[in-house]
Design a protein around this ligand. Structure first.
Ligand code: SF4
Ligand code: FES
Length: 327
């Protein structure tokens, strides 16, 4: 099936969604996604950040779809023409979506553990407005400890349902969910039961904001002062392939590895995540690939050579003679 997204044509198999097709082309056309998660079945359809304009439905029926569609839930039709970043209406509508997501979200980035790796923070910078028009009191909840390892800060939750689906699909029993409806909806463990099973820690990795954080890492370190390295160990419960976040020689946290869409590559067990906090527990493979635009890449290694090459090229183009080469 042929689909054109922002002027780029691609051939995709039947059943591919617009979002997946856009990701196959690359980040230059891929819409942001706050609730869709490739590895979680039935995810997507909640947040509306992935909306796109379908300016031609298909070759058979070239009519446009009259309103924005959620690209994570809409399958490609042969001959479909889609606009994402090239549509001013979509950019405007997405701004509105971001404003809605931020209605109740506290602006506590300076003290939030997710700062630097928060998808809502990125979304706000890339698609948001400078001001909110919301004049009412934001909803507020008490923070809850879900067991001894996870902190739930419901004020920050955007109800993307990822953690619910993770608990349902990855762990052997789900003890939390979304209760109530509308603006009273909240993530709850019903009677604040402890989420206690081998894979429960994965809810932290899938949470796009700082609503679910790792209590063993909270307030320990700003993430951009840490060094992420890919590491592995022999584990009988999971793949054992993780990302180990170092501060000097100290392992400050262990997470799953994430791909370029910030989605977990393979879910990891709680033993790898919480019980192996010594560098000697791990075989270090090398620096983790971190996207250059991420704040986590600041002061880090991978992109420095590339920057140096670019700077040298520019200097050459400008006829700049390095000081040590001057007569
Ligand atoms: S706690 Fe996080 S992962 Fe769960 S619904 Fe809220 S924002 Fe999504
Ligand atoms: S990513 Fe499509 S609706 Fe959330």
């Amino acid at each position: 099936m042929k689909v054109t997204i922002d002027g780029i044509e691609i051939d995709v198999p039947k059943g591919t969604t617009i979002l997946q097709a856009a990701r196959m082309i690359g980040p230059e056309v891929a819409p942001p996604a706050m609730c869709y998660y490739t590895k979680l079945k039935t995810s997507g359809g909640y947040c509306r950040t992935c909306i796109v304009k379908v300016s031609q439905g298909s070759t058979a029926n070239p009519n446009p779809i009259p309103k924005p569609v959620a690209s994570c839930r809409t399958e490609v039709m042969d001959g479909m023409v889609v606009q994402n970043f090239t549509s001013p209406e979509i950019l405007e509508a997405r701004k509105g979506v971001v404003e809605f997501l931020l209605i109740n979200h506290p602006l506590d980035c300076p003290v939030c553990d997710q700062a630097g790796e928060c998808k809502l923070q990125d979304l706000g910078y890339e698609n948001g407005s400078v001001k909110t028009r919301f004049e009412f009191k934001r909803r507020e909840y008490d923070m809850i400890d879900i067991g001894d390892k996870i902190k739930l800060h419901m004020n920050r939750c955007i109800l993307c349902y990822r953690c619910v689906k993770t608990a349902e699909q990855i762990t052997d029993k789900r003890l939390h969910g979304v209760v109530h409806r509308g603006d009273a909806s909240e993530i709850s463990t019903y009677i604040e039961q402890i989420i206690d099973n081998d894979f429960s820690g994965n809810v932290i990795d899938v949470c796009p904001v700082g609503a679910l954080t790792d209590r063993t890492f909270r307030f320990k370190q700003r993430v951009w002062f840490t060094k992420p390295v890919d590491a592995h160990r022999n584990c009988d419960k999971c793949c054992g392939k993780t990302r180990v976040w170092l501060k000097g020689e100290e392992v400050v946290r262990v997470t799953a590895r994430k791909d370029q869409w910030d989605e977990v590559e393979e879910f990891i067990c709680n033993s790898c995540r919480y019980d192996h906090k010594k560098t000697s527990d791990w075989v270090i493979e090398g620096p983790s690939p971190i996207h250059r635009s991420s704040v986590i890449s600041q002061n880090h290694y991978n992109h420095l050579n590339e920057l140096k090459t670019q700077a040298m090229k520019q200097q050459k183009a400008l006829g700049f003679i390095p000081f040590d080469k001057r007569p």
